[in-house]
Design a binder for this molecule. Structure first.
Ligand code: PLP
Length: 385
């Protein structure tokens, strides 16, 4: 049933089909179960009278096997979380999804997977989310990074390269990379694409050769600013390694978070499309404002807008009244922040500037408010510059 639905998504490729699957993916069995909301299983342990049989299952789980039946222990897996994993995997067009406690736990697991295969070299394209940049630059997990422009990725590959890592559109400049071209440049090396900004509504990197598609589920997938999580959509072999790493390192998603994220998926296409339409209107108005020196908006659209101002960006952020002055993105309310001070503060100043993150840059994640109310707030706040 899951496969048939995925075929439909792949071949039809239409928003209506994605909208339908966003509502039903991970929930196809609910009617047969006689329930309407997905069951929330908060168990940390699962009783069994046959502990001899459990020994074999523990062996299988430790090697990364998929959940079959009760998970034995909460760190091995969770039925509610598994619904979210299946749903997001389907929306991204992959067989498997592996969920984590946060986006950074998902990024970490991808890096550890490369290291565990004896390939500690990573090629990455800037800009990346500040903490992803920091994790790679610091080498905290034993990786060694080579930063490359998309066109220089092929030349940067080494025999010990285990991963190529890219964000498109990138946080916070919204710079875009051609995923298909990058995938060709990668050859046999897996290409990991952080798809947090585009979501499967605007782009499915797996269709263009991305082998691992990551999300900070904290953002659009949850969509309401009240749940943290991360997920990787990938093939069976990679999913087994990621589960093995999650089992051993413990960065599991809480079942309640899994429940909220599954619920968030059902409105994902509506939220992303509505916010994108509002963002496009704000982009054209910002472009005409005399205090705005540049507006960055990706070709594929989306709810994120980046712009540079003439004057003190902190004055603008201090002056908004309807818009929420806060880091993060992808919520129902519009959020505005200064990457140089917050989301990308942890990146060395020279590297930050080199990646196009100027001190005048402001990042705004457009929410679901009325466009005229948002523009009125922006317009009055721009006077503070
Ligand atoms: C927020 C973010 C992350 C990190 O996710 P957390 O859930 O905060 O750990 C990774 N990548 C991108 C693009 C992000 O915006």
């Amino acid at each position: 049933m899951l496969l048939a639905a995925r075929e439909k998504l792949d071949h039809a490729g239409m928003t209506s089909s994605l909208r339908t699957r966003a509502v039903h993916a991970g929930r196809d069995d609910l009617t047969d179960l006689g329930v309407h909301a997905a069951p929330l299983d908060l168990s940390t342990t699962y009783p069994s009278r046959d502990s001899a049989a459990e020994a074999a299952r523990i062996d299988a789980f430790a090697a990364g096997a998929e959940l079959d039946g009760p998970p034995i222990y909460g760190r091995v897996g969770n039925p509610t979380v598994e619904r979210f994993e299946r749903a997001l995997a389907e929306l991204e067009g992959f067989e498997h999804g592996v969920a984590f406690a946060s986006g950074m736990a998902a990024v970490s697991a991808c890096l550890l997977s490369a290291v565990a295969q004896g390939k500690r070299h990573v090629v990455a394209v800037r800009p990346l989310y500040g903490c992803s940049d920091h994790l790679l630059e610091s080498g905290l997990l034993g990786t060694e990074v080579t930063w490359a422009t998309p066109g220089a990725v092929a030349a940067a590959l080494r025999p010990d390269t285990g991963l190529v890592f890219v964000e498109t559109p990138a946080n916070p400049t919204l710079a875009e990379a051609d995923i298909a071209e990058l995938a060709r440049a990668c050859g046999d090396v897996p290409l990991a694409v952080d798809n947090t900004f585009a979501t499967p509504v605007l782009q499915r990197p797996g269709h263009h050769g991305g082998r691992m598609v990551l999300h900070s589920a904290t953002k659009f997938l949850g969509g309401h600013g009240d749940v943290m999580g991360g997920i990787v959509a990938c093939d069976a072999a990679e999913a087994a390694r990621l589960r093995q790493i999650r089992f051993a390192t413990g960065g599991v998603l809480h079942p309640l978070a899994g429940y909220l994220l599954l619920r968030g998926l059902s409105t994902l296409p509506l939220r992303v499309n509505a916010a994108s339409a509002t963002a496009a209107t704000l982009v054209s108005r910002l472009g005409e404002h005399p205090a705005v020196t540049a507006v960055h908006y990706p070709r594929i659209g989306g709810p994120l807008v980046a712009f540079e101002v003439d004057g003190d960006p902190h004055a603008l952020i201090g002056a908004v009244r309807l818009i929420t002055p806060a880091v993060s993105l992808g919520s129902v309310d519009t959020l505005i922040q200064h990457p140089g001070s917050i989301s990308h503060r942890i990146v060395d100043e020279g590297d930050r500037h080199g990646a196009g993150v100027s001190d005048q840059l402001i990042r705004m994640s457009v929410g679901l408010e009325d466009v005229e109310d948002l523009w009125a707030d922006l317009e009055q706040a721009l006077k503070a510059l």
